[in-house]
Ligand binder design. Structure first.
Ligand code: SF4
Ligand code: SF4
Length: 282
């Protein structure tokens, strides 16, 4: 089962929910894997403090000139992303704009353009007890987060896979939702939170992934029940504000270990998510 934990905006508690669910399921004896696909700001490791046992560099292919350019300009004309410039027999590639589609290589009739790997980030693998841990970090200055996000999110894993998605509704978030059984959308009871939750629900539905909602800091803010009902996505959990959760996280402790009420809430959310995913399948 593949469960993507996402949010319309940052700072809603997405990583708290995803790491807690992953630990809960792993401790129940289920083969589980937590993937932090928020490659621009991965912070799942701060919550889980995994023992890392493998690190590899991630590459994406970008065009490189290997031979004599005939200055026909076809590569430049064909690139929809303005990522390649052909000037008087010289070729200039802007890798931060390149989408690795390979169209320029196919367009080059003399065959002097080739795709060559370019490093853009790092993927790490490790363990937290019986829980498998994977995360990715985009190199500083890199702009193509979606490519690494896809690479991290598609790392082969068995059992229950919990993907901590990047916040928002842009390409990196979409990349994590492909093939998901269910999306757990974490929100907060504020006008901004609900607005962005609406966008996230639309994103999930347009990708054919059933969304369910977790309201964090549910006792702060105004009455949002009517707004939540309007979205038509089931609310599978509410997490009341509890400063002990923030204190535990800041001290590097696992919140479900030190705040019993939160552990009970997570257990309830886990059960509701499982049921919703099974219902969606049937
Ligand atoms: S691989 Fe695609 S995006 Fe990159 S430069 Fe070539 S045509 Fe443009
Ligand atoms: S398509 Fe090939 S030959 Fe033509 S400008 Fe580009 S690199 Fe040069």
């Amino acid at each position: 089962m593949r469960i993507v934990v996402a949010s319309g905006k940052g700072g809603t508690g997405k990583t708290l929910v995803s790491t807690s669910l992953a630990l809960h399921w792993a401790r129940q004896g289920q083969e589980s894997c937590y993937i932090d696909a928020d490659v621009e700001e991965p912070n799942g490791h701060l919550f889980l403090q995994p023992a890392i046992d493998a690190t590899r560099r991630f590459t994406m292919p970008v065009p490189r000139l290997e031979g004599t350019c005939e200055a026909c300009g076809r590569c430049q004309e064909l690139c929809a992303f303005h990522a390649i410039l052909a000037i008087k027999g010289r070729v200039l590639v802007f890798p931060e704009l390149c989408h690795s589609c390979g169209a320029c290589v196919l367009a080059c009739l003399p065959g002097v353009l080739h795709l060559a790997p370019r490093e853009i980030g790092t993927i790490r693998e490790g363990r937290v007890g019986s829980l498998r841990f994977i995360d990715g970090t985009l190199d500083v200055g890199e702009a193509r987060a979606a490519r690494l996000t896809e690479g991290v999110a598609s790392t082969p894993c068995g059992g229950r896979v919990i993907v901590d998605a990047p916040p928002g509704t842009s390409c990196p978030a979409v990349a994590t939702l492909r093939g998901a059984d269910i999306a757990v959308l974490v929100t907060e009871p504020t006008p901004f939170g609900l607005h962005d939750l609406g966008l996230a629900i639309r994103m999930c539905r347009s990708l054919g992934v059933p969304p369910v909602v977790v309201v964090n800091r549910s006792d702060l803010g105004g009455d949002v029940e009517a707004a939540l009902a309007e979205f038509g996505a089931p609310v599978v959990g509410r997490i009341p504000f509890d400063p002990r959760i923030a204190v535990a996280t800041a001290k590097g402790e696992i919140a479900i270990d030190v705040v019993p009420r939160f552990a009970e809430t997570v257990a309830g959310i886990a059960l509701a998510v499982e049921r919703a995913a099974l219902e969606a399948r049937s």
